[in-house]
Design a protein around this ligand. Structure first.
Ligand code: NAI
Length: 413
């Protein structure tokens, strides 16, 4: 039985799901084909991924393709209770309530696993981690799963290196149709959407510090510049630092940037990117937000220790007033993924591609189950290209195709 906050919210949740469907044509088309062939007939799929409308739509696609689907979130603050109820009303078993603590969140992950899924979708690696924590789960075999995000892939690669990966996993994040668009343009837009909505404060003319110039950081920096901000990038990788500089951004250490920023956005996948020495340097009323997967990038424990008071300032904003200089630092969404905990996540058109890859990745795992090892697999290039071609078609864009002579000239045949 589903565990959601309130089934009376289901109609609003279904409306949200219906809305995103209109902007996810590639997934809709692929879903139609999967449903026609009943790709997942007889299979159970367990999902731990941000419980919002695009994800819910993906769950309905998998269900229509024959699967029994069990879904929970991957961060209780990104769970939308109306969507959870809406999805439950559409026949998916849902265990997700906004804002629950760590124990209840993990309990929901366990409930997904208690259903003995054949395939899983993970976002950040928590479902897999819970699976590994309880040896009893190893008694039922999981064919494999798909991992959505950079941080989850880092955790998977560690398990692969130590030969402790319990079953095959597919790296959706590193497919071209994922990180090039989702991490860059998706995060770029949705982070600013959430920050502007949460703060109602101007971006133009401000100094924005972006920590991490990976795929997400590039998008966040690009969009900040587009809105008229002065952008500073901090990095630990010299190659990325040069790239950021040649892209036209100021690059410096966090120590230096801390004194200049009006907005700080961490998006590194690392921990302790902003810590006690930085807080003391910051301007009064600076905004701190994190877009990395876990809430470890801004050290809030240290910030609390340095504060003489912590006060509610606006929905999703806590003001930490420092003992040292009385400056108030505004932390958005509790240092969690700001675009999900304080917004609606990525635009639907972007998730159209990511979730097309997810559904085709699961199909690949199901079809190749006898040949797979306990490894992290990249998305096969033909699936990545297939999604790109389908997306282009949905966008009504036609491009040139190589002639036979050109293919031969390039050595492709
Ligand atoms: P990436 O690996 O492409 O980039 C991370 C960058 O951060 C690298 O250039 C690295 O050198 C830099 N970095 C690492 N430690 C640092 C530190 N201490 N200070 C400054 N820079 C540092 O990773 P990507 O794809 O950009 O993802 C970053 C994080 O965002 C991950 O946790 C990922 O899971 C998450 N993510 C969040 C999304 C969202 O919707 N908010 C969407 C996709 C990914």
């Amino acid at each position: 039985m589903s565990i959601v906050k309130d089934m009376n919210l289901a109609a609003r949740g279904r409306q949200k799901i219906a809305w995103v469907k209109d902007f996810m044509p590639t997934l809709t088309e692929i879903g139609r084909e999967l449903a026609a062939e009943q790709t997942f007939a007889g299979l159970k799929i367990g999902m731990s991924i941000h419980m919002e409308a695009k994800t819910a739509y993906l769950a309905t696609i998998l269900k229509a393709a024959g699967a029994r689907v069990y879904a929970t979130g991957c961060n209780s603050l990104s769970t939308q209770d109306d969507v959870a109820a809406g999805l439950a009303s559409l026949g998916v078993e849902v265990y997700a309530i906004h804002g629950v603590g760590r124990d209840e969140y993990r309990h929901h992950l366990r409930l997904v696993l208690e259903n003995k899924p054949d395939l899983i979708i993970d976002d950040g690696g928590d479902l897999l981690e819970v699976y590994r924590t309880f040896p009893s789960y190893a008694q039922f075999p999981i064919i494999g799963g798909c991992e959505e995000t950079t941080t989850g892939i880092m955790r998977l690669r560690q398990l692969e290196r130590t030969n402790t990966l319990p079953f095959p996993m597919m790296d959706i994040n590193d497919a071209d149709c994922k990180h090039l668009y989702d991490n860059r343009y998706g995060t770029g837009q949705s982070v600013w959407d959430a920050i502007m909505h949460t703060t109602n404060v101007l971006v133009a003319g401000k100094t924005v510090v972006v920590a991490g110039y990976g795929w997400c950081g590039r998008g966040v920096a690009m969009r900040a510049r587009g809105m008229g901000a002065r952008v500073i990038v901090t990095e630990i990788n010299p190659v990325k630092a040069i790239e950021a500089n040649l892209d036209g951004f100021d690059v410096m250490s966090m120590n230096k940037a801390a004194q200049l920023g009006d907005y700080f956005i961490t998006v590194t996948g690392c921990k302790d990117v902003i810590t006690d020495s930085h807080f003391l340097l910051m301007k009064d009323n600076a905004f701190l937000a994190n877009a990395g997967h876990f809430d470890v990038e801004i050290n809030l424990k240290q910030l609390r220790e340095q504060s003489r008071s912590v006060a509610y300032r606006r929905d999703n904003i806590l003001g930490y007033t420092l003992k040292y200089n009385n400056h108030t630092l505004n932390v958005l969404a509790g240092g969690r993924l700001v675009n999900l905990a304080g917004g609606n996540g990525h635009p639907a058109e972007i998730m159209d591609m990511s979730f097309s890859l997810q559904s085709l990745g699961l199909k690949y795992l199901a079809q190749h189950r006898d040949q797979l090892e306990r490894k992290v697999y990249n998305v096969p290039t033909d699936i990545d290209q297939f999604v790109a071609w389908r997306k282009l078609r949905a966008m009504d864009i036609t491009i040139d195709e190589l002639t036979i002579a050109q293919r031969s000239y390039l050595g492709l045949d």
